[in-house]
Design a protein around this ligand. Structure first.
Ligand SMILES: Nc1ncnc2c1ncn2[C@@H]1O[C@H](COP(=O)(O)OP(=O)(O)OP(=O)(O)O)[C@@H](O)[C@H]1O
Ligand SMILES: [Mg+2]
Length: 506
């Protein structure tokens, strides 16, 4: 028998105007962790959707062979029967249902025609143990943090007896501790003989966990190699983008001007737990022409701080906000935008994008005044700016008329980013702007941030990636448990310095 549990041979997949996969070859050994890496739009998710039967047999060319047998999946159920489990780029759990219901959704144990929930509960408990969770199976998903939700997704996959587990960017939204935990679980599953295909833009993780790495670029397999001591992150990046990238952060000298945003004694109570202060007496200033980084662990209140200032979080709040020296009462997001404040949310696929509209419409949606005159929208101008951003951010698409629904995960995010970069408000708040974005595109986003700052925009950037905060910010605010614990000059600090304050050090 072959040492490969899976072989995908000469896979070709076309969408209108796009050859997403062009004779891709991929082989997975039994019991290995095989990382699949490549730029946004390279074809990673599409390849995995073929393997899991989302795109059925007949809608692609090429062969899927599992344990020596050619497979022809018509549905995802067929792939499950063959032992393939997939965890998608977006979480798919039903928030209002509990863990047990989610795991056995469409798959319920039946006894005399009724669902045997006692059995299901017991089985769920077992599965949760597999992924290191001690949570009650009757807990609703909505009450779980995103890290635990991801583990429930894995438990759900395990309930179907998987031999091949596909994880598509499982840690994109996880904090460091949850990510480490997830990686440990994957290693444990590997020891139990489960083979794993791991997709991630976090190359540090790929380096840490993968046995083998396959790189795809523009829908083609570029290379497959063992992840041994000779391989470093730079080597992987070079394979992905096809050239060497020597610098990850384009730092330029900024000359900060006057204070544009002045927040005083800002306190915000949790909307659900009225006694809990999410933000505790925070004061800070942001200046014209600077990048202000906000660091802190997940749950430290960074997002709540900025969302509450933007008027999108919290009802019971106190403190004062001054914009350009004038006291501002921000009633809600619309009001904030009118006052020159924009917020790019970390959950941008839900809040930032209109999936049924095309790229051009999404990019210009918040800047119609810039491309309109008395005569209405200037369509030439709209096309021009949209093309500009598609080039600048290297958005992979056949045209600016493509519906954003049809873009890859990372390219959807680039569209939302382009939209706010184009709006170029006075104060631009970016919450995890490069999450799920490939290394090359990150660099382009940083360049545009620098351009905006040079034009006098004030950028506030929340990021969990310490190298990014340290690499791009002029100043770094650090948060811990709803309080501001430090205001640091980038030149006078480093990762250890930031972590010290992020973990509550004085
Ligand atoms: N339903 C679709 N209709 C049209 N084009 C599509 C569709 N799905 C994917 N594509 C295109 O196929 C290509 C590959 O997309 P895919 O989602 O596989 O990329 P990816 O490698 O997973 O990228 P990312 O890292 O951004 O998630 C992209 O150019 C994308 O725009
Ligand atoms: Mg993808």
């Amino acid at each position: 028998m072959s040492e490969y549990i899976l072989e995908m041979q000469d896979i070709v997949k076309e969408f209108p105007g796009v050859r997403a996969l062009d004779e891709v070859n991929f082989k997975l050994k039994k019991g290995e962790i095989h990382a699949l890496v490549g730029e946004n739009g390279a074809g990673k998710s599409t390849l995995m959707k073929i393997l899991s039967g989302v795109y059925p047999y007949g809608s692609y060319e090429g062969k899927i062979i599992i344990n020596g047998e050619v497979q022809r999946f018509n549905t995802t159920k067929d792939s499950e029967v063959a032992g393939v489990g997939i965890i998608y780029q977006e979480l798919t759990l039903v928030k209002q249902m509990n863990i047990c219901e989610n795991i056995f959704l469409g798959n319920e144990f039946q006894k005399y025609g009724v669902i045997d929930w006692n059995h299901a509960m017991a089985k769920t408990q077992e599965l949760l143990k597999e992924v290191g969770l001690t949570t009650n199976p009757a807990t609703k998903i909505i009450n779980l943090g995103i890290g635990r939700q991801q583990l429930v997704e894995i438990a759900k996959a395990l309930s179907k007896n998987v031999n091949i587990l596909i994880l598509d960017e499982p840690t994109a939204a996880l904090n460091e501790a949850d990510s480490d935990n997830l990686l440990e679980i994957i290693k444990k599953l590997k020891d139990e003989g489960i083979s794993c295909i791991y997709i991630s833009h976090k190359l540090k993780e790929v380096k840490a966990i993968a046995d083998t790495i396959t790189i795809i670029r523009d829908g083609k397999t570029i290379e497959t190699f063992e992840n041994d001591d000779k391989i470093n992150q730079n080597r992987i990046i070079t394979g992905m983008v096809g050239r060497e990238i020597t610098q990850l952060f384009p730092r330029v000298e900024h000359t900060p001007g006057e204070v544009v945003l002045d927040v005083k004694d800002w306190t915000v109570y949790n909307p659900e737990l009225p006694d809990k202060k999410e933000i505790n007496n925070v004061s800070f200033q942001a200046r014209k022409g600077e990048i202000l980084g906000i660091a802190g662990l997940m749950g430290s209140g960074r997002t709540e701080l900025m969302m509450s200032i933007f008027g999108a979080y919290g009802i019971n709040k106190s403190g004062e906000i001054y914009i350009n020296g004038k006291k501002a009462m921000i009633k809600g997001p619309r009001d904030a935008i009118e006052k020159g404040l924009c917020y790019l949310s970390e959950d941008r696929k839900k809040t930032g994008l209109v999936l049924g509209m095309d790229i051009k419409e999404n990019i210009t949606l918040s800047s119609l005044n810039k491309i309109s005159s008395m005569m209405g929208i200037n369509q030439n101008e709209e096309i021009k700016v949209a093309n500009h951003y598609v080039d600048a951010l290297n958005i992979k698409t056949p045209s600016i008329e493509q519906k954003t629904r049809n873009l890859s995960g990372g390219n959807q995010q680039k569209v939302v980013i382009a939209k706010w970069l184009m709006a170029a408000p006075e104060i631009l708040i970016l919450d995890e702007p490069t999450r799920g974005i490939d290394v090359g595109a990150k660099y382009e986003i940083y360049n545009i941030m620098n351009q905006l700052v040079a034009q006098g925009v004030s950028i506030i950037m929340i990021s969990s990636e310490l190298p990014e905060v340290l690499g791009m910010s002029d100043r770094i605010l650090v948060m811990h448990e709803g309080k501001l614990t430090a205001d640091l000059d980038w030149k006078e600090t480093n990762q250890e310095g930031v972590m010290h304050y992020a973990t509550g050090g004085a």
